[in-house]
Design a binder for this molecule. Structure first.
Ligand code: SF4
Length: 176
């Protein structure tokens, strides 16, 4: 049985893949909601999820921090990064939320049109556009290809990333 890609792993790798794929960066930006709206959310109305969601079709599993039902009754995934401050959502966070959107669709049979990303001071509404969805699938495909490869070259020049990487002791390409 093929090993599932776990979203916690995806989170760690997405940023690196994004940097490696600079040639596709502009295309990627077409799917990134840089105009994501900051909205108000009542965290008290959010419900926690007990078990991870799972998609056999996409070989994906993960657990959004919360669900919230919007005014139409649709189930909306919510990801919370309580220590993060930024005026725009990070790409890796956006793609993580998009993955949750796909898992919600698989679980409930209805595609959510957006998700919520909560940083320390802001809540962003991330529209799940077709472009964003396609971008996520392209990244997942790249990651699966990399998993089959014997060697995967370092895709960044970020010594801080290596410093806190769980694989640094075994990695020949780590930056000091
Ligand atoms: S230590 Fe190796 S695997 Fe970890 S971030 Fe650095 S290059 Fe990547």
């Amino acid at each position: 049985m093929e090993i599932l890609l776990v979203i916690t792993v995806i989170i760690a790798l997405l940023a690196a893949f994004f940097l490696r794929r600079t040639g596709r960066a502009e295309q990627a930006h077409a799917g990134i909601p840089l105009d994501a709206r900051v909205i108000y959310s009542d965290t008290g109305a959010w419900a926690r999820l007990e078990k991870p969601l799972f998609s056999r079709r996409y070989r994906l599993t993960g657990k959004p921090d919360y669900f919230v039902a919007d005014e139409t009754g649709a189930t909306i995934p919510v990801e919370v990064k309580p220590n993060r401050t930024a005026s725009q959502p990070r790409y890796s966070d956006t793609m993580q939320l998009m993955a949750y959107g796909i898992l919600v669709e698989e679980k409930f049979g209805v595609r959510p049109t957006y998700g919520l990303l909560k940083y320390r001071d802001e809540v962003f509404r991330i529209e799940f556009t077709d472009a964003l969805r396609a971008e996520l699938f392209a990244i997942l495909q790249d990651m699966r290809r990399a998993r089959r490869a014997q060697n995967v070259a370092r895709s960044h020049d970020d010594a801080v990333k290596c410093k806190y990487c769980g694989y640094r002791e075994a990695c020949a390409e780590r930056l000091e």
